[in-house]
Design a protein around this ligand. Structure first.
Ligand SMILES: *[C@@H]1O[C@H](CO)[C@@H](O)[C@H](O)[C@H]1NC(C)=O
Length: 145
């Protein structure tokens, strides 16, 4: 085979696997003052069934008891909660966790057997207390088209 052809083929295969492999998490526009969480999925791309999320952030806030991590999976076309999960972060970690620390946790929960063609996953850290206006940190991925 022609060398250039092989090169183009390899590039296409690489590009295709990158495009397919990575669910992109971005800032939540609705919470402009929230830090961006880094979220890694296993498997990626997402499949129905058990899904693992590794969530990390360089803290610019303190994790204290009643700081919750929350996941919402929502149908993008007919807004409806498809799955949700939350956990008090201090149930896994010695608290407080101070600003400046890179804080990482791993969570598993089950996604519905049938997922709609387009949905989003939003992850955030927030403090469960009256008067809090928004989450400390957030990330959102829109999946599908
Ligand atoms: C953390 O940093 C973000 C910007 O990345 C900022 O908007 C936010 O107010 C900071 N949070 C705290 C608690 O200082």
């Amino acid at each position: 085979m022609n060398r250039n052809f092989i090169f183009v083929l390899i590039s296409l295969v690489t590009l295709f696997s990158i495009v397919n492999a990575i669910t992109q998490f971005k800032e939540c526009v609705e919470f402009p003052s929230a830090e961006l969480l880094t979220v890694k999925l296993t498997p990626d791309p997402i499949k129905p069934g058990e899904q693992e999320f590794e969530v990390s952030v360089k803290l610019n806030y303190t994790i204290t008891p009643a700081t919750i991590i929350n996941f919402d999976v929502v149908d993008q076309v007919n807004p409806k909660l498809l799955a949700s999960y939350f956990m008090d972060l201090c149930s896994q970690t010695d608290c407080p966790v101070n600003p400046g620390t890179t804080f990482s946790t791993t969570h598993k929960f089950t996604l519905p057997a049938k997922l709609p063609s387009k949905y989003f996953i939003r992850v955030y850290h927030y403090l469960v207390t009256p008067g809090v206006l928004g989450p400390f940190s957030c990330a959102i991925a829109i999946v599908g088209s």
